[in-house]
Design a protein around this ligand. Structure first.
Ligand code: ES4
Ligand code: ZN
Length: 361
């Protein structure tokens, strides 16, 4: 258990988290109360714990799959109305991140969802910005906000979504762009116009959720057509030998969210994630060579996969980034050296500036 204490004590970098997915039931109830908002559907399970003086706690109900989850996620965000709501959501995430040892976070926000409901984009982005920056001052956590194209909308609507973000890119508040929401049946190329518009606006950092519940070919397409340098989830890509090799060779950062994949039935067991293979040098290269060239082959021709471990929607899955680290540690029995590699790669593969990266190393 000394090993587990080591994993617990690590300082973490979170590269894949949606702010909407970080709204705890408690925060939702607080915001609902002050906004006089009644949730239409019952999203929660209730449990009573005798040990804490018969306290009743709510957790989000279980999900069947990604699309079912996205319905609940969208429903829950309907409670959010004001600048103050977004400030609180941002600040509460930073508090949780701090208690999870996070030193840097890159956080997706679905701005278009709120604008389509009639909220002011300024309330969303400036509210979050104030909450995050308060967290940064208090806890020393650096952060970058990332926008995203939402695949449940049409390609044209996603282009409009990029225009919503233009002023915030100019204000230096939104740093990168992702491709999120439902995946199956929505090939990345369909959203090329939105990515092109984002490039015109001046965005330079691109990522895409790919191979979560879509096929391995969507991972290749996101790299080839959209020109992303990061892949979120990528599960079906890393299960495919060819795509795995490509991700490894190109040093693409893959942001794993293991407990998200379990919660959404993307995988049935954490053992399905080829963590050992992702950490090790390519053995096939060395096996084909005479024993005296093995060292050379390792050094010259193969390097491990670049990946990070993240929470995705921690409140909605009731599992935060530390839970994800511990779950992977228990399943795959990683060494200290493995964890140090993962930590360093998460820093190097982040979009923090060089000075901040050096501070974190
Ligand atoms: C998401 Cl788990 C997941 N997948 C795709 N898009 C998302 N947005 C929020 N959570
Ligand atoms: Zn995600």
């Amino acid at each position: 258990h000394e090993q587990e204490a080591f994993v617990h004590a690590l300082r973490r970098v979170e590269l894949h988290v949606h702010i909407e997915g970080a709204m705890t039931p408690d925060l939702l109830f607080t915001i609902a109360k002050r906004n006089g908002y009644q949730m239409e559907h019952d999203l929660f399970d209730w449990s009573t714990t005798a040990e804490h003086g018969a306290e009743t706690t709510a957790t989000y109900k279980e999900y069947m799959d990604l699309n079912h989850f996205l319905n609940v996620y969208t429903k829950a965000t309907e409670v959010l109305k004001t600048h103050r709501d977004f400030h609180d959501l941002g600040y509460e995430y930073m508090r949780k991140a701090h208690s999870n040892g996070v030193m840097h976070a890159e956080i997706f926000v679905d701005v278009q969802t709120y604008v389509d409901r009639g909220l002011e984009a300024d309330d969303v982005v400036h509210g979050l910005e104030e909450g995050f920056s308060r967290g940064q001052e208090e806890f020393g956590i650096s952060y970058l906000m990332l926008g995203c194209a939402l695949r449940h909308l049409s390609p044209d609507q996603c282009v409009d979504g990029m225009e919503i973000l233009r002023p915030y890119h100019e204000q230096g508040l939104i740093h990168g762009m992702g491709l999120c929401s439902m995946e199956r049946g929505q090939p990345p190329s369909k959203f090329l116009p939105a990515f092109q518009r984002a490039k015109d606006i001046g965005f330079e950092r691109f990522t895409a959720h790919a191979g979560e519940d879509g096929p391995a070919s969507y991972v290749s397409e996101a790299l080839d057509v959209l020109g992303v340098t990061r892949i979120d989830h990528g599960i079906n890509g890393i299960k495919d030998q060819e795509v795995f090799e490509r991700l490894r060779k190109e040093g693409t950062m893959v942001t794993l969210c293991p407990l998200s994949n379990i919660a959404l039935n993307v995988i049935q067991h954490l053992g399905e994630l080829p963590i050992r293979k992702m950490l090790d040098h390519d053995l096939k290269v060395s096996r084909r060579r005479p024993w005296w060239r093995v060292e050379h082959a390792h050094a010259q021709e193969s390097s491990p996969m670049q990946f990070s471990i993240n929470s995705d929607d921690p409140a909605l899955f009731n599992s935060w980034i530390t839970d994800n680290f511990i779950a992977i540690h228990k399943e795959h029995a990683l060494s200290k050296a493995d964890w140090i590699k993962i930590s360093h790669d998460s820093i190097d593969g982040s979009w923090a500036d060089q000075e901040r990266k050096e501070e974190m190393r």
